[in-house]
Design a protein around this ligand. Structure first.
Ligand code: FE2
Length: 338
């Protein structure tokens, strides 16, 4: 940006209003005095964008936005309401609250982007939405140890093996896992949070195995006290997510896998407010009533616990690229418009 291209400055300083440095286009545009000329003019102007993919995305977005406005004969009042709503969405965001992601989530946009970019492939474990509650500060947890402090909910033991699509175990996979406590809250939602809880980072052993103690997650509402919450009320939609356990897997040479597992039988499993559930991610929790086994696994109160066995299959980076190429070829979707 040129040095003078700022919008505020002290009154006693001399400045000249300047453009962003890009000159008038070399082609002539008709004056935009009819709806269809406005649309045609901006599409023509977008031809100037250098990056071909950006040009394609902007032109397609513009066409759809203009089509929406003409198709609905949007009123001036409605558009002002939309502007005020989007402004409030932005203003609701803080360093630990992401209302814009929530907006994307409840419109199914996050799930759609995930579904298009991570189609089911060659027996690999399917992905799910990341959601807004992942943090980078989870503590390292030894295999078999607990990610939850005592008293956070009903006991659950989780274990499995991480393999490639070739069936070979993958050692040293970094696993991040996070979940709600039995009140339906993530640790970050407590103002008293001093340290991470109900989340942890593990690494698979030399045979690709992982295991940890956790608590049974419960269904929870996505934040309802902001503009997105108000919008859901106007849509007459609930704001609940079915119970789930988030897991994220990373290993060199493999495509990062962000997923979650949803215990079967949840009341909200088919109407998840953010469309995160896929059939292959629904799991059964086995009830184990064996105090001795509970004790041996390290649970404090020697009683029953829920057991989840989940084996994971990761795609290599090359396999993930190949899958994306196949999808593009199958759909015939142009990556660029030229
Ligand atoms: Fe979640």
């Amino acid at each position: 940006m040129p040095a003078d291209a700022q919008t505020t400055f002290p009154q006693d300083e001399v400045h000249h209003a300047v453009s962003n440095g890009i000159g008038a286009p070399e082609f002539n545009l008709p004056l935009p005095d009819r709806p269809e000329i406005i649309t045609a003019n901006i599409l023509k102007l977008l031809e100037q964008a250098h990056d071909p993919r950006l040009r394609f995305l902007l032109k397609t977005l513009t066409r759809h936005m203009h089509q929406f406005i003409t198709e609905t004969s949007l009123t001036t009042d409605e558009w002002m309401k939309a502007i005020e709503f989007l402004t409030r969405v932005g203003q609701t965001c803080t360093p630990i609250r992401q209302e814009t992601i929530l907006l994307s989530d409840v419109f199914g946009i996050s799930a759609l982007v995930d579904a298009i970019n991570n189609p089911p492939a060659a027996g690999a474990t399917e992905s799910s939405v990341l959601g807004p509650f992942f943090t980078e500060d989870a503590a390292d947890v030894e295999l078999g140890h607990s990610i939850a402090s005592e008293g956070k909910g009903e006991y659950m033991f989780v274990e499995g093996t991480v393999k490639g699509t070739d069936g070979k175990p993958i050692p040293n996979v970094t696993i991040d896992t996070w979940e709600t406590d039995d009140h339906g809250f993530y640790d970050t939602q407590y103002t008293s949070r001093e340290a991470p809880d109900c989340r942890g980072r593990l690494r698979t052993d030399s045979e690709g195995r992982y295991s940890y103690r956790a608590v049974v997650p419960v269904p929870y509402p996505i934040p309802g006290d902001g503009p997105v919450g108000e919008m859901l009320l106007n849509m007459r939609r609930h704001n609940m997510r079915p119970a789930h356990l988030h897991m994220m897997f990373e290993a060199p040479g493999y495509a990062k896998l962000v997923t979650a597992f949803y215990p079967a039988g949840d009341e909200f499993i088919q109407s998840d407010a953010v469309f995160g559930v896929k059939k292959s991610l629904v799991v059964n929790l086995e009830q184990v009533n064996d105090p001795e086994r509970a004790k041996a696994l390290g649970f404090k109160r020697a009683e029953g616990f829920k057991y989840l066995r989940k084996d994971i299959v990761m795609r290599t980076e090359a396999e993930a690229r190949e899958t994306r190429t196949q999808i593009d070829e199958k759909t015939g979707l142009p990556l660029f418009d030229d």
